[in-house]
Design a protein around this ligand. Structure first.
Ligand SMILES: Nc1ncnc2c1ncn2[C@@H]1O[C@H](COP(=O)(O)OP(=O)(O)OP(=O)(O)O)[C@@H](O)[C@H]1O
Ligand SMILES: [Mg+2]
Length: 141
């Protein structure tokens, strides 16, 4: 079992993606199919960027177990008021600055949903928690 923690800093576009690239670097040393690797990396990148651009900052925890990989993203708010609306493709509250940095198409959460085997989202004004689960095994690629 391998555990890692990564800090995610709000509004820092230079460091945006750092946690997910570290996760990718680790996963490349593991016996994981290319397709699953791609799913995990896409989902964790989108979740990380959301913490950078939409929250006051937070962290991710990475947990590699024998049968699954779990990645949790926690932030300090302001939360997602309407999760169903936020999941809608094309819905975004991103700023023009986010757009100039290449973010804000409103596709991240739906992409995360598509890439994960399980996705749990809980959110209050105190913060948002995304739990991403990927099952390991030859049949799951
Ligand atoms: N961690 C978060 N904290 C607060 N609001 C969030 C968070 N993640 C997502 N949201 C809200 O949900 C909306 C949709 O998120 P989604 O990731 O789908 O799109 P986006 O981040 O706006 O654009 P894209 O991901 O395509 O760059 C965001 O615009 C934002 O309003
Ligand atoms: Mg996003």
């Amino acid at each position: 079992m391998v555990n890692h923690d990564y800090q995610i800093i709000a509004k820092n576009y230079d460091l945006a993606g750092r946690a997910s690239s570290r996760i990718k670097k680790y996963l490349k040393t593991q016996n994981i199919s290319k397709r699953l690797l791609k799913r995990i990396c896409s989902a964790s990148f989108e979740a990380e960027i959301n913490v950078v651009i939409h929250s006051y900052g937070g962290y991710a925890t990475f947990d590699h177990q024998s049968d699954k990989i779990m990645i949790d993203f926690y932030d300090d708010g302001p939360g997602i008021a309407d999760i169903a609306l936020a999941m809608t493709e094309g819905y975004s509250t991103a700023t023009p600055l986010d757009n100039r940095n290449g973010f804000g198409a409103g596709m991240g959460l739906s992409n995360i949903k598509r890439c994960t085997d399980e996705l749990e989202i809980t959110s209050t004004i105190e913060g948002t928690h995304l739990k991403l689960t990927f099952y390991l095994g030859e049949e799951n690629v």
